[in-house]
Design a protein around this ligand. Sequence first.
Ligand SMILES: Nc1nc2c(ncn2[C@@H]2O[C@H](COP(=O)(O)OP(=O)(O)OP(=O)(O)O)[C@@H](O)[C@H]2O)c(=O)[nH]1
Ligand SMILES: [Mg+2]
Ligand SMILES: [Zn+2]
Length: 307
Amino acid sequence: MKEGLVIKSTGSWYTVKTSDGTIHDCRIKGRFRMEGIRTTNPISVGDIVEFNEDKDANVIVKIKDRKNYIIRKSTNLSKSSQIIAANIDHAFLIVTVNYPLTTTTFIDRFLAAAEAYNIPVNLVFNKVDRYKENDKAQLKELKSIYQNIGYKCFEVSAMTGFNMDILKSEMKGKINLLSGHSGVGKSTLINHIQPGLELKTGEISESHSSGKHTTTFSEMFELDFGGYIIDTPGIRGFGTFNMEKEEMSHFFLEIFKISNSCQFNNCTHMHEPKCAVKEAVEIGDIAESRYDSYWGMMTEDEELKYR
Ligand SMILES: Nc1nc2c(ncn2[C@@H]2O[C@H](COP(=O)(O)OP(=O)(O)OP(=O)(O)O)[C@@H](O)[C@H]2O)c(=O)[nH]1
Ligand SMILES: [Mg+2]
Ligand SMILES: [Zn+2]
């Protein structure tokens, strides 16, 4: 029996690295199920597994408990979901205000999910080399919203290498996940941070101004300067599963902070009088876009939780 870290998973094969640095191709036998969630991939990048060496194939027999994971819905219609990565120390949401557009709805859902799973998260605004005046204005506004809440924000260009050193120092020694829409530059960024990988990168379709899912499965790479980085496929939307409505406000840090000033201690910040959150939105202390995202997540149909 050996123990190792899953660094790549294609669905049928899993690449596992053991502590001596050797790589083992493994399969799974039978079924691994996660309680309550139907997943297309029972084992994901970042999982620590035990496997038996066999002369035909190495077989994974056990998954160690995960400290956290990020999950997305597989397709728009299916009810099953896909674990993007597990046991993450640090997440970076790659955002572009244009080419393609990342909406605040999407950002806020990702941030809420990261809070729910206890994963520290930074916002990385990529492609600053390409922004025109109105894009720059948009970027400035977004940055101020998220910095005020307490999220670290970085402006970078994976194309020119601008501010890559700051990112590297944030990533050093940790298991880092990059996420974001298709086409925002996740793979390009990793190519810059860890030369030699030559990850495939895609073209942005000018008509849709969106990416084409160049990266199709998650993969973890070792960083020369210490730590790991996980490239992931672009995600279109982000579900609110595993988040109960009663605790939704916990995942919006600035809403949670002010909510102890609400008149009712079970205030949902939606219809109640003397709600400190609503007052804060009115005077501009809480961004309207954030409140809109909160409202959307509070009112969405249980069945449509995945978006
Ligand atoms: N101008 C500019 N273009 C960039 C930058 N970063 C990435 N791109 C371009 O954006 C396109 C998409 O980049 P990818 O790295 O493939 O994007 P991705 O996020 O990995 O996309 P998926 O794998 O589909 O999720 C490529 O044409 C890159 O050259 C940047 O900083 N500036
Ligand atoms: Mg990619
Ligand atoms: Zn309230």
